[in-house]
Design a protein around this ligand. Structure first.
Ligand SMILES: Cc1cc2nc3c(=O)[nH]c(=O)nc-3n(C[C@H](O)[C@H](O)[C@H](O)COP(=O)(O)OP(=O)(O)OC[C@H]3O[C@@H](n4cnc5c(N)ncnc54)[C@H](O)[C@@H]3O)c2cc1C
Length: 481
């Protein structure tokens, strides 16, 4: 089949049975027309359509080595630096479509499974066929262009102890039994963005480490979302049908869900790590999956910083505030972040080298630095947009006012130096959706946490970074005559 277009994506979305709960309702019927999902479904369809469009097909896809079909470029296993650059261009095209507001475009997890599939030696060590299972799964996902979600974290019941020490040992998803059919899993995981994916990957956290007691929880597998007993419990939606009132939420609310495993049978061919804390702790690093995911994330982050720099500039210019030095300084701060992310990406590609599994792999030093810097700088964007927009961010009446008897007042009092009232309100609604609405609040939280707890990530970064050359320079200075 190969790379999907928008129509194929929507058709599969609607034909896949899944148990998704929204409030008291189990969603029945076509997911693509449900109010919670229709905005994001259309946006994802537009991304897939870029793969089918004659204008962008060549830059979004490549020829599958197994079927000869065109398949999505984020599945490409890079062998050269040029391959990495091709991947980056493709990922940037998807990220630019949403101004970086879509955290989970399909390339994020495609990059992860692509890297893991190459790491045969990692999965295959104990004479099992784990390695071929991962490779087969990657090829299945690639050839059918499936949309993946994933869930890595146990429910937030008591973080003082690990999953095996919780009062209820079946809160966190774990192995209950092994049968001839496969592994039976019970419990829950938190969180999975995009519950309207085709498949879910259940993998160990990239940050939290498991001890020997955690063996039943130390698993990695993948399932179709239609698997019996698999349930998604959604948060409140931020979506809306009004593109004018909620320009981002109406298009890009990805939705996040807690995932419940009600004695789900995971067929053996979908089990990749089983009751193995050591492997669970190493899988992201040793397969380089984390590097390729962080590379994709940095590309999206650059796109987001560029988009927000554009938005902040328009907001300031529109009301004539762009002449003030502190306003310029704040916009410059966003531009500096955009340029920093792009520099990290370029450096990671320029210094790329083959990993032990033969994939041309971005240099982890700049890419891990981008990964750790981002949750520290991204929260500033919302602050800056709010500082620049000020009360204008509240002068955003619902669209209906434009067709009401109040229109003359609106035209007079809501205009700005550069824009008429309708356009100014539209621009400020966009700014509010990016920085302050429930959608904007979720964006802020996402950027802080999507790659894991930034505090523990920073500790790991501190331990991993080779600081010795810098220490030595200080010692030398002290010893200087
Ligand atoms: C919008 C959004 C979307 C997400 N989507 C996904 C997804 O699709 N898939 C997925 O797998 N995950 C997803 N996540 C979850 C993400 O992986 C977690 O938020 C992240 O790993 C942090 O874990 P936590 O939220 O459970 O925080 P916790 O671990 O519960 O941390 C809460 C607080 O306690 C502190 N803390 C807890 N334990 C320790 C410790 N041992 N040492 C020091 N400090 C500690 C933390 O620093 C933090 O301040 C998403 C998160 C968000 C916000």
């Amino acid at each position: 089949m190969g790379a999907r277009g928008g129509r194929e994506f929507l058709a599969r979305l609607d034909s896949t049975k899944r148990e998704v709960w929204y409030g008291g309702e189990k969603i029945e019927g076509n997911v693509s027309s449900h109010p919670v999902f229709r905005g994001i479904a259309r946006s994802l369809a537009a991304l897939y359509e870029m793969q089918a469009s004659p204008d962008s097909r060549d830059s979004m896809t490549y020829t599958s080595p197994s079927s000869g079909d065109r398949v999505g470029l984020s599945f490409l296993q890079p062998k050269t630096k040029e391959d990495l650059v091709r991947r980056t261009r493709m990922m940037k095209a998807w990220a630019d479509y949403s101004g970086g507001m879509l955290g989970r475009t399909p390339d994020y997890l495609n990059s992860s499974i692509m890297a893991m599939a190459a790491a045969e030696g990692f999965f295959g060590k104990e004479g099992t066929d784990f390695a071929s299972r991962v490779r087969d799964y990657y090829e299945y996902v690639r050839e059918n262009d499936l949309l993946l979600t994933h869930t890595l974290i146990n429910p937030q019941v008591n973080r003082a102890v690990g999953p095996s020490k919780q009062a209820d040992p079946f809160v966190a998803a774990r192995v209950v039994e092994k049968t001839s059919e496969g592994v039976i899993v019970r419990g829950a995981r938190m969180l999975a963005t995009l519950p309207m994916a085709d498949e879910i990957m259940v993998f160990p956290s990239t940050v939290v480490r498991s001890g020997q007691d955690d063996a039943p929880y130390s698993i990695a597998f993948a399932l179709p979302v239609s698997a019996k007993g698999l349930k998604f419990i959604c948060r409140e939606t931020f979506s809306s049908d009004s593109k004018y009132d909620h320009p981002l939420a109406s298009r890009f609310d990805e939705q996040d869900a807690v995932v419940v495993f009600d004695d789900v049978v995971v067929p053996w061919e979908r089990v990749f790590i089983l009751e193995d804390p050591e492997k669970a702790n190493k899988v992201s690093e040793e397969t380089s999956a984390i590097v390729f995911m962080a590379h994709q994330a940095a590309v999206r982050e650059a796109a987001k910083a560029e988009f927000l720099a554009g938005l902040a500039t328009l907001v300031a210019e529109t009301i004539g505030a762009d002449q003030f030095p502190h306003v310029q300084e704040k916009i410059a701060e966003i531009l500096l972040t955009a340029e920093s992310m792009k520099a990290f990406i370029r450096a990671s590609e320029a210094n790329a080298s083959p990993n032990r599994w033969g994939l041309m792999t971005p240099d982890y030093v700049p890419i891990n630095s981008a990964r750790n810097l981002w949750p520290r700088v991204a929260p500033r964007f919302a602050e800056i947009v709010k500082q620049l927009g000020a009360s204008g961010l509240m002068a955003i009446p619902p669209k209906e006012i434009l067709a009401s008897a109040e229109r003359p007042d609106v035209d007079r009092f809501y205009q700005s130096k550069l824009l008429g009232a309708e356009e100014r309100i539209g621009l400020f609604k966009l700014a509010w959706d990016a920085a302050g609405s429930s959608f904007g609040g979720r964006q802020d939280l996402y950027e802080r946490f999507f790659f894991g707890d930034p505090v523990r990530m920073a500790s790991a970064y501190y331990a991993w970074y080779d600081k010795e050359p810098y220490r030595e320079r200080v010692r030398k200075l002290l010893a200087r005559e």
